[in-house]
Design a protein around this ligand. Structure first.
Ligand SMILES: Cc1cc2nc3c(=O)[nH]c(=O)nc-3n(C[C@H](O)[C@H](O)[C@H](O)COP(=O)(O)OP(=O)(O)OC[C@H]3O[C@@H](n4cnc5c(N)ncnc54)[C@H](O)[C@@H]3O)c2cc1C
Length: 301
C-alpha cells in the first residue's frame, strides 16, 4: 500500500497519510505509517474496519506508544490510534467502571480513587492506555491489569463487536493470548470498595517511588525486557556492566538498567541495535537470554 495516496473513505475522525510515528511513541522514534487513523468514536472505527476489509490492509493498533518501538522504515498498512478517540469512562455502580480502550491508565487510577474504589491505584504510573494495558497485561506494585478485568468488548477484522470474559484469554506475565484475531475496544473493571484518602495516598507513594527509580524525564519505553523467572532483567544487565552503554543517542539508563533512554538523537535502529547488544552480552555473562517486553513493529529502513 503506497503512502500519501487518498483512500475512498471519509471518516469523521482523522485520517493521515505518511504520519511520522515518532510523534506517537514515548521513545520519540519511528518512521511513517502509510495510514494513521484516529476514529471520531466507536461507530467511526467500525465503519472504517468494514471498509478496510475489502482492501485487506494490515492493521497495527496503537495506544500511547509507551511500549512500542516503531522501526525507522515505518509501518505498512494502517495504524488505528485509540488515544483521544475511544476515551469514554463511566462508573457503572459502586464496584465497577466501564472504560473504552483509549482512556489513559492514570485517568482510571485517579477517577476510581476519587470515587472510593480501590485496586486500580497501580495504574497511576503506567503511561499508556487501557488498550495497551489489556494487550500487555500491564502491571505494577504487585498488581496486574487482568486481575481487575470483569469482561471486555473486542472487535474483529470485519468490524463486529464481541463481549468476552477474562477466562476466554490466556493471561500470563506481560502476555495475553486469544485464539481469535480481535482487538480490545472497552473493558469493565471490577474493583473493591475503598477509601478515597487512602487510595490517593497510595497513588502518591507509587508515583514518588517511580520518580526515584526511573528516568521518567528522558524519552523511554519503560522496562525493555521481561524479568526471567526468579531474577530481574535490570540486575542481569547492570552486573553485565552495561549501565551507560550507548549506541548513537540510545543508552542503557544509568538510573535503571532495564530502561533504554533516547538522549534526543537516537533512531529506532540505534535502540534496536542496543537491545541486541544487551541480549548478547547478558547471554555471554550470565547464560540467560533476555526476552523483550517492548513490541517491535514496522520495517527496517
Ligand atoms: C516511564 C514508563 C514506565 C512504565 N511502567 C510500566 C509498568 O510499571 N508496568 C507495565 O506493565 N508497563 C509499564 N510501561 C510500559 C507501558 O506503559 C505499558 O505496557 C502500557 O500498558 C502500554 O500502553 P500503550 O497504550 O502505550 O500501548 P502501545 O505501546 O501503544 O501498544 C502496546 C501493545 O498493545 C497493543 N494494543 C494497543 N491497544 C490495543 C487494543 N485496543 N487492542 C489490542 N491491542 C492493542 C499494540 O498493538 C502493541 O502491541 C512503562 C512505560 C514507560 C514509558
Amino acid at each position: 500500500m503506497a503512502a500519501h495516496r487518498p483512500v475512498d473513505f471519509e471518516p469523521r475522525g482523522k485520517l493521515l497519510y505518511g504520519e511520522p510515528m515518532c510523534r506517537h511513541t514515548s521513545w520519540r522514534v519511528g518512521g511513517p505509517a502509510d495510514l494513521y487513523f484516529a476514529p471520531a468514536d466507536l461507530q467511526d472505527l467500525l465503519d472504517f474496519l468494514r471498509f478496510r476489509q475489502q482492501k485487506d490492509w494490515p492493521v497495527t493498533w496503537f495506544g500511547l506508544g509507551s511500549n512500542t518501538l516503531v522501526r525507522d522504515g515505518g509501518i505498512r498498512g494502517i495504524v488505528v490510534a485509540t488515544h483521544k478517540s475511544l476515551g469514554e469512562i463511566e462508573l457503572r455502580d459502586e464496584r465497577t467502571v466501564h472504560a473504552q480502550v483509549g482512556v489513559p491508565c492514570a485517568k482510571i487510577a485517579r477517577l476510581t480513587a476519587r470515587n472510593g474504589l480501590a485496586d486500580a491505584e497501580f495504574f497511576a504510573g503506567i503511561p499508556g492506555t487501557l488498550g495497551g494495558a489489556l494487550a500487555m497485561n500491564a502491571g505494577a506494585h504487585g498488581r496486574t491489569t487482568w486481575e481487575v478485568v470483569h469482561d471486555v468488548e473486542t472487535v474483529d477484522p470485519g468490524g463486529l463487536i464481541h463481549r468476552r470474559r477474562a477466562v476466554e484469554f490466556e493471561i500470563g506475565y506481560r502476555s495475553v493470548r486469544s485464539p481469535r484475531e480481535e482487538w480490545f475496544v472497552s473493558a469493565v473493571l471490577a474493583l473493591k470498595a475503598g477509601d478515597p484518602v487512602q487510595s490517593r495516598e497510595r497513588i502518591r507513594e507509587f508515583l514518588e517511588s517511580r520518580a526515584r527509580s526511573q528516568p521518567i524525564r528522558i524519552p523511554n519505553a519503560g522496562s525493555v525486557f521481561i524479568n526471567p523467572p526468579n531474577d530481574h532483567a535490570a540486575r542481569l544487565i547492570e552486573t553485565a556492566g552495561l549501565k551507560g552503554v550507548c549506541v548513537g543517542g540510545a543508552c542503557v539508563s544509568e538510573k535503571h538498567a532495564n530502561f533504554i533512554v533516547n538522549h534526543g538523537t537516537a533512531s529506532a535502529t540505534d535502540i534496536e541495535t542496543l537491545i541486541e547488544q544487551v541480549v548478547g552480552k547478558v547471554k555471554q555473562v550470565h547464560g540467560i537470554v533476555l526476552q523483550p517486553e517492548v513490541r517491535i513493529v514496522g520495517e527496517r529502513p
